[in-house]
Design a protein around this ligand. Structure first.
Ligand code: NI
Length: 185
């Protein structure tokens, strides 16, 4: 089932999301719906707050990048109760976009490597250092679990450049091809 994607301005995107347990109701169905929702909106990552749930659940599918990054062929992952434990001092800048902020694409500076702890869909615990493109995607998605969006990380100048777009989103004005839940006028 395709779920509406909550846009910038929705309070749930500002909440710190909570850990869940394996008995979370209909978790398998929820994960399936999140993948379907993300695919239909042509995203590569989706965090539960973006579908209105303040829980620590993220889905990622990087298969679409396999042409440039062969290691991502069939790379589909579920991250449950994810937490970033440490980050590298070295940073890099890369363009990001977000299904909750349609029309905004900006370079964001983030640590190059991260030490993360999470559980997969079988609630098996993982503790690892991640780098490269996946570290970038994880940091973007896990920010959603802390009530942050990538626009919060822009320089004052770049934020100013996007002021009208952000204001329009807050007013519920946005053009996107997928189903959304936005602030009602
Ligand atoms: Ni996002």
């Amino acid at each position: 089932m395709i779920l509406p994607i909550y846009l910038y301005g929705q309070p749930v995107l500002r909440k710190v999301a909570e850990d869940i347990t394996p008995d979370y109701p209909e978790l398998g169905k929820l994960i399936e719906d999140m993948f379907e929702t993300m695919h239909s909106a042509e995203g590569i990552g989706l965090a539960a707050p973006q579908i209105g749930l303040a829980i620590r659940l993220v889905v990622v599918d990087l298969d679409v990048l396999a042409e440039d990054f062969p290691e991502f062929k069939d790379f589909r992952r579920v991250y449950i109760n994810a937490h970033i434990l440490e980050t590298s001092d070295d940073t890099e800048s890369m363009e990001e976009g977000c299904l909750s902020l349609p029309g905004i694409h900006e370079k964001v500076t983030r640590p190059t490597r991260i030490h993360v702890k999470y559980m997969d869909e079988n609630f098996v615990e993982h503790d690892e250092w991640v780098d490269g493109y996946l570290a970038r995607v994880m940091q973007h998605e896990f920010d959603h679990l802390e009530g942050k969006v990538f626009a919060d990380r822009l320089s004052p100048l770049r934020r100013q450049m996007n002021k009208n777009r952000l204001m329009n989103l807050l007013k519920g004005k946005a053009h996107c091809a997928y189903k959304t839940k936005r602030v009602l006028k």
